[in-house]
Design a protein around this ligand. Structure first.
Ligand code: PLP
Length: 384
């Protein structure tokens, strides 16, 4: 059998710290390695596969669209793209009226930064400490995590950072040249930290009063992950822009920015060759329909609670705290997480870190209760 690991090591320009595992197939919440060993996938493509691996509705939509029209320039109209943007905007609060389509999370953040600068003619952004918004230079400039920033400095000027959930510091940081405040609702890469209602309410009020745009990055939290279609709905927020990607198209690369009327479209001055291509749009329509039909938001809320009860983290001495919204789960340990991730893999469970000490679980929202039981007992076993 070809040694796929050796081939990737030899020919791929690798930027990821790899695990010794070759995955060849996935269905629902399970993936299989090339020897046929099954794993419950709480990595889920880094929080992409909310509707399960190789979801049949998405597979069928891709097949149908691929045989009809795969690509269509953004300078032309397209039937599938029209259906998607109508559906996507229909899922959001009335304030968000239009969708810009792109191909990834970082592209959606990059676009939001450019739209904010174009609209306000200002260049300042206030972001949160521990934030992660992506890896292109604009999105990286909004990212606080030093290990991602520092090797690539100097970055885009004008970005300042305040402690998450600290309104007083944020209010002081907003200045005359501030174009936008950009926040995650739950900081994912930064360690699964949930924002507070009072903080968000005050931030939104301040933004309205000061004519500053409010950008919410829902790349990781969007599409039912936290128990609502969008996490900002937990706090009745009405942002000016919402960045989306990851779960938007059932695993097919896609991103989007939902924009209110306060945002001006830089027609002819921003664009993307692949963004809004019919293939991704068809996958996204099928993925969104599936989420709505199966009420995956309610499922995430219920299953998250079920898992946390079952985990009984209070009885695990290595656990400092569990932070969670829906099925976005962070288990903060009193020690480094990495060895535990490898032990979990041996137990047949794939999990993520979020920083050095947080074990992060982002399972497909279609995961069964039995699979969640297996994950909980594997976590309990490795942390005992
Ligand atoms: N924003 C948030 C909140 C994210 O979690 C991520 C990725 O993890 C990104 C942006 C960047 O998305 P992508 O990796 O698709 O560029």
């Amino acid at each position: 059998m070809t040694d796929h690991k050796a081939v990737e090591d030899a020919f791929a320009f690798n930027v990821f710290p790899k695990r010794d595992l070759v995955i060849v197939r996935g269905k629902g919440a399970t993936v299989w390695d090339r020897d046929g060993k099954a794993y419950i996938d709480c990595i889920a493509g880094h929080g992409i596969v909310n509707i399960g691996h190789s979801n049949e509705a998405v597979v069928a939509a891709i097949e149908e669209q691929a045989s009809r029209l795969i690509t269509c320039s953004g300078v032309l109209y397209n039937d599938t793209r029209a259906r998607l943007v109508e559906k996507l905007v229909g899922l959001a609060p009335a304030r968000l009226k239009r969708a810009f389509l792109c191909n990834s999370g970082t592209e959606s953040v990059e676009a939001a930064i450019k739209f904010a600068r174009f609209t306000t003619k200002k260049t300042g952004f206030v972001c949160a400490m521990r934030s992660f918004h992506g890896r292109t230079l604009g999105a990286l400039s909004a990212t606080h995590v030093p290990k991602y920033r520092e090797p690539f400095e100097p970055l885009v000027p004008g970005f300042s950072f305040v402690p998450f959930n600290n309104f007083d510091k944020l209010e002081k940081a907003v200045a005359d040249d501030t174009a936008a405040v950009m926040l995650e609702v739950v900081q994912g890469e930064g360690g699964v930290h949930v924002g507070e209602e009072d903080f968000f309410r005050k931030v939104q009020k301040l933004c309205r009063e000061r004519g500053v745009l409010l950008i919410i990055d829902e790349v990781q939290t969007g599409f039912c992950r936290t128990g609502r279609m969008f996490a900002f709905e937990h706090f009745s927020l009405e942002p000016d822009m919402v960045c989306l990607a990851k779960a938007i198209a059932g695993g097919v690369p896609m991103g989007a920015v939902l924009c209110s009327d306060a945002v001006e479209a830089p027609v002819g001055r921003h664009g993307t060759t692949f963004g809004g291509n019919p293939l991704a749009c068809a996958a996204s329509i099928a993925a969104l329909d599936f989420m709505i039909e199966k009420d995956l938001a309610a499922a995430a809320a219920e299953k998250g609670e079920y898992f946390e009860k079952n985990l009984d983290a209070g009885s695990l001495t290595k656990v400092r705290e569990v932070r969670r919204l829906g099925l976005m789960i962070g288990i903060e340990l009193k020690e480094k997480v990495k060895p535990h991730l490898l032990s979990l893999m041996e137990q047949g469970v794939l999990a993520l870190p979020a920083g050095a000490t947080v074990l992060r679980l982002l399972p497909p929202l279609t995961i069964t209760h039995e699979e969640l039981d297996t994950v909980a007992s594997a976590v309990r076993k490795v942390l005992r």
